[in-house]
Design a protein around this ligand. Structure first.
Ligand SMILES: N[C@@H](CCC(=O)N[C@@H](CS)C(=O)NCC(=O)O)C(=O)O
Length: 226
């Protein structure tokens, strides 16, 4: 199997954090630089692998490519069930998937805020403060739902699951790359974020410095503090 990925994007990072928690042999990592124009990707190969032109992409070498991060996690979990990162009962798996859905929705809304509101994306997405603010508001509401639902210490209960990898990939990215902290009225999520940050499998990704300089400070740039 081959995993095409780049190390710092929030969707690629889901898989990277997940792999850090597993010991999976026989998975070749192909690091792809992340320019903004897919036509610059090496010989257009990623276009052929994934019509959405997005990363990550898993080549199972048994059929179609998998071009959605959550589908990749579930596929790997089926092949490599130990340690268990999805849950051993139907109820536990449903809880993991519910948390994944909450943070996947949050990621889409954050994407709207960042795409339409940050200068770092202005060459690819039409800037629209109105759209950005709608994204920010919906993003914050998802976090507050998570805060209310959270029991801990991990999202789906006593042990870490792939939902924590999905959520951590987002919260770390919003915080470190765009400078968007968790809302002050989400203390349980803050404790969870501190707990996750201490894991030996989590180290700060190498964000491209020039992009980081422009991206950091999204709340100030859009005058929106969640
Ligand atoms: N829903 C997809 C989203 C993947 C995605 O958007 N990846 C970003 C990187 S973080 C990407 O490759 N975007 C390509 C582009 O914006 O041109 C998944 O979960 O894998």
């Amino acid at each position: 199997m081959k995993l095409y990925n780049f190390p710092w994007g929030p969707y690629p990072r889901r898989v990277e954090l997940y792999l850090g928690e597993k010991a999976i042999k026989g998975l070749e990592l192909v690091e792809v630089e992340f320019p903004h124009q897919p036509e610059l990707w090496p010989e257009g190969f990623l276009k052929a692998l994934n019509p959405a032109h997005s990363l990550p992409v898993l080549d199972t070498e048994k059929g179609p490519m998998i071009g959605q991060s959550i589908a990749i996690l579930e596929y790997l979990e089926e092949l490599y069930p130990t340690p268990d990162l999805i849950g051993s009962t139907a109820e536990a798996r449903a809880a993991t998937r519910e948390w994944i859905a909450i943070f996947d929705e949050a990621a889409s809304f954050f994407g709207l805020w960042a795409r339409q509101g940050s200068a770092v994306n202005a060459d690819r997405h039409r800037p629209s403060l109105e759209a950005a603010l709608a994204g920010a508001e919906r993003y914050a509401s998802k976090l507050r739902i998570a805060e209310e639902k959270f029991v801990g210490p991990f999202l789906a209960g006593d042990v870490l699951s792939m939902a924590d990898c999905v959520a951590m990939a987002l919260i770390e990215f919003t915080d470190q790359f765009y400078g968007v902290p968790l809302p002050k009225d989400c203390p349980k999520l803050m404790s969870w974020y501190a707990l996750m940050s201490e894991r030996p499998t989590v180290s700060r990704p190498a964000y491209p410095e020039a992009m980081l300089q422009v991206a950091h400070g999204l709340p100030e740039q859009t005058d929106c503090f969640i």
